[in-house]
Design a protein around this ligand. Structure first.
Ligand code: AMP
Ligand code: P6P
Length: 335
């Protein structure tokens, strides 16, 4: 059995000049995940269920566990000194870490502390998503929004924690995707899937078909393609949609599949946030041999203009994402 801690240190040794700062940062995320795991699993017992009565910048009512997860991760990241600041779905602006030498931290972290949180009260899987960049403003000065508006291709590391039937932490630093399963009896994450890859083909599609009438033409045609009978291409595909990006992505990563959140009439830019949902999942997808686009452009090439900007999102098995992109090209919107 290899623990996440041992694995992180082992990977550091592949970089002789590494100072250990990224190792410490990844360990802080590991700690945050354990804290959130502990409290998610007893949410029903402790009065942290239900809404906080506060809405975030997205206008979404924040569940108490959203705020709890945000505070715990922020504290874990601030405590170690490698992080100069964070951006979060639950924070309107960037959070500049000051004092205790944080301005000397060379990394910034963008996160969705509890993705899929509307599922919390109904006991459906939720997740934490994180994305790590080297800052571009000078070390020793307070970080600025510029440090957080880098294209996803500049990520140093990215990953997620899925709090499901078991809690798993899945991450990449650009050398493959590795998955660890939490053993609460020992309090450690154990390596369970090294160098995870999407299967060559996939037969699952994940989309909220309730929005069908609002989808672009090409997406409607792709959904019908998924539902057609064609034995040669194992169609009709299976529809699986949990309403939690991390859970849908995780299942598609292991079994093959595509997750789609296109632009819709109500969300013309799509619903998912580029910086701390699309980019980290896109980094993981590409590292696992998959693909991630906005229907036309590679997600990791998009230069963010605003911290909480949204993007249409198509991610998963490469051939399935390419099929969806082809339908969007071949069936453009009627002008
Ligand atoms: P550091 O000096 O710890 O900030 O690391 C410098 C660079 O080495 C990082 O930005 C990574 O590209 C690589 N590196 C260091 N530690 C690790 C690790 N534990 N796992 C993967 N890559 C690492
Ligand atoms: P809808 C959760 O709020 C989330 O950001 C993703 O985790 C999930 O896939 C999606 O939104 C669900 O959105 O509109 O289908 O309820």
């Amino acid at each position: 059995m290899k623990t996440l801690g041992e694995f992180i240190v082992e990977k550091q040794h592949e970089f002789p000049h590494a100072t250990g700062e990224l190792t410490a940062l990844l360990s802080a995320i590991k700690l945050g995940a354990k804290i959130i795991h502990r409290d998610i699993n007893k949410a029903g017992l402790v009065d942290i269920l239900g809404t906080s009565g506060v809405s975030n910048v997205q206008g979404e009512v924040q569940m108490k566990l959203d705020l709890f997860a945000n505070e715990k991760l922020k504290a874990a990241l601030k405590a170690r000194g490698q992080v100069a600041g964070i951006a979060s779905e639950e924070e309107d602006e960037i959070v500049v870490f000051d004092g205790e030498g944080s301005e000397n931290g060379k990394y910034v972290v963008l996160m969705d502390p509890l993705d899929g949180s509307s599922n919390i009260d109904v006991n459906v899987s939720v997740g934490t998503i994180f994305s790590i960049y080297r800052r571009i403003t000078p070390v020793g000065t307070p970080v600025t929004e510029e440090d957080f508006l880098q294209p996803g291709s500049k990520q140093v590391a990215a990953g997620y924690v899925v709090y499901g039937s078991s809690t798993m932490l899945v991450y990449t630093t650009g050398c493959g995707v590795h998955a660890f399963t939490y053993d609460p009896s020992l309090g450690v994450f154990c390596l369970s899937h090294e160098s995870v890859h999407f299967p060559e083909s996939g037969q699952m599609y994940s989309i909220n078909e309730g929005n069908y009438i609002k989808f672009p033409n090409g997406v409607k045609k792709y959904i019908k393609y998924c539902q057609e009978m064609d034995e040669a291409t194992n169609r009709p595909y299976t529809s699986r949609y949990i309403g939690s990006l991390v859970s849908d992505f995780h299942r598609n990563l292991l079994k093959g599949g595509i997750y789609l959140y296109p632009s819709t009439a109500t969300h013309p830019e799509g619903k998912l946030r580029l910086a701390y949902e699309c980019n980290p999942m896109a980094f993981l997808a590409e590292q696992a041999g998959g693909k991630a686009s906005d229907g036309k452009n590679r997600i990791l090439d998009i230069v963010p203009q605003k911290l909480h900007q949204r993007s249409p999102f198509f991610v998963g098995t490469q051939s399935m994402v390419e099929d969806a992109e082809r339908f969007l090209r071949d069936y453009p919107e009627e002008q």
